[in-house]
Design a protein around this ligand. Structure first.
Ligand SMILES: [Zn+2]
Length: 435
């Protein structure tokens, strides 16, 4: 009798726990290359160095240790990060080597991603980025490849390791909403012989390539939106379209510092959807009463602009990313049961300085400034010096600094506070979403 009672009680409590537990959602926002220096640059330019960013208001915060494994010998550590290895660490909880997308460094075995696990459990999924949609960060959630540049069948990167083209994997993964750059991908041939566009349509995707068509869609439409040839244009450019450059010198090779000048809007961005507009479409499309969702939103060109030593590009993308974070938190406040996690995959080469100087005040000669420099005039009228010194060309390197993490709405937020390993993020997301 008591056993029967136990069984009935168990069934009853199981049913009620199913009935009361609402579906949960995660909005994961990754600022690519968004180290503390890129954030400080943006805060200085836009807010006189005050706490004007939305992420500055997020008080559940931590500092994430970034590292990756050596390509040739994964038993060795490389003390920096990259988007494929960082994306993999965030999406699967495992460190891997540079360029590897959700695969093990030693043997290429596939790691299951948080997006794949969420989907298996009936969650809706979405990927939004300002890069080409197949780029390393979104790919790390919905594809597996030894080489991140295996975008389409024609990419030579695919044949090196017999990787399946990332765009085909992402479509086969059936991600409900994918928005970003890359309309050049659509005409590519797929392995079955048709094109990416046809394959997407056969899988039930509506394919859109401009802002207006995206806005015309009903929320909830299974969408592949690609709005630019390759990566999407950035929102800001430097004064006169210029980025950091070698400093000029007089006849004695003493530096003549440039006049400070302000950032400008990028005319090429006009007409393309903004990150927060794509994010809004994804959020409204994925929210449904029956299932939760997992959505990754990437501000991709915080990194890409730092690579090419364009601080204004980084600032504009950083602000767009920050607006998207604000929108995500507002969504979470309104709908509940939603965790917002904001972090970066790795830091970038940006250094905020005043002017290159010597401590003893002696004149600086050109040969003492090997990198690239720009003096910006901030919104508040202050001079802001930015320096890139990882090399002499417009191809700067990632750095191994810690990156921030901020969360909102997690019942296990404590696990992402203080100094943490990047591998922790996956476990915390999993615990929030599935427990
Ligand atoms: Zn990069």
């Amino acid at each position: 009798m008591s056993r029967l009672f136990t069984i009935i009680f168990t069934i009853f409590t199981t049913l009620t726990s199913f009935a009361v537990s609402a579906p949960k959602n995660i909005i994961l926002l990754i600022g690519d290359g968004m180290g503390y220096a890129e954030i400080a640059l943006t805060r200085a330019y836009e807010f006189n160095g005050d706490e004007g960013l939305f992420i500055d208001t997020m008080k559940n915060s931590g500092s994430v240790i970034v590292k990756q494994l050596m390509i040739d010998d994964p038993s060795k550590i490389e003390f920096t990060g990259e988007s494929a290895s960082g994306g993999t660490t965030i999406s699967t909880g495992n460190r891997t080597s540079s360029g590897r997308v959700a695969v093990r460094a030693e043997d290429g075995a596939h790691y299951k991603t948080i997006l794949e696990e969420a989907q298996e459990r009936g969650f809706k999924t979405g990927l939004v980025t300002t890069s080409i949609i197949t780029d390393a960060t979104p790919a790390s959630f919905a594809a597996h490849a030894q080489n991140r540049y295996c975008f389409t069948q024609s990419s030579s990167a695919c044949s090196t390791h017999n990787d399946i083209p990332i765009i085909e994997q992402m479509l086969d993964q059936n991600v409900d909403v994918m928005l970003g750059g890359g309309y050049n991908l659509l005409a590519a041939t797929v392995r079955e012989g048709s094109t990416v566009k046809k394959k997407a349509e056969n899988l039930g995707y509506t394919v859109v390539t401009d802002r207006k068509s995206l806005f015309d869609l009903n929320y909830g439409t299974k969408t592949l939106g690609v709005f630019s040839n390759g990566h999407m244009p950035v929102e800001w450019v430097g004064p006169g379209g210029k980025g950091a450059d070698f400093v000029k010198v007089d006849d004695n090779r003493v530096v003549i510092f440039p006049n400070a000048a302000a950032c400008e809007l990028n005319p090429d961005h006009k007409g393309t959807p903004r990150l927060e507009e794509m994010s809004k479409f994804a959020l409204e499309s994925l929210k449904n009463e029956g299932a939760g969702f997992f959505l990754m939103i990437e501000g991709a060109s915080i990194d890409k602009q730092a690579h090419i030593a364009k601080p204004c590009g980084t600032i504009g993308e950083m602000l767009a990313f920050d607006r998207s974070v604000k929108m995500a938190v507002e969504f979470a406040k309104e709908h509940g049961d939603t965790a917002v996690i904001v972090t970066a995959d790795h830091g970038q080469a940006t250094q905020v300085i005043y002017k290159p100087e010597t401590y003893d005040g002696s004149p600086i000669r050109r040969d003492l400034i090997p990198g690239l420099y720009q003096l910006l005039l901030t919104r508040g009228g202050h001079e802001l010096g930015v320096y890139y010194g990882t090399n002499n060309i417009n191809d700067q390197a990632h750095t191994g600094v810690n990156v921030p993490i901020h969360t909102y709405g997690m019942d296990n937020a404590y696990s992402l506070m203080g100094v943490i390993q990047q591998t922790k993020i996956y476990g915390a997301m999993k615990e929030f979403l599935f427990n």
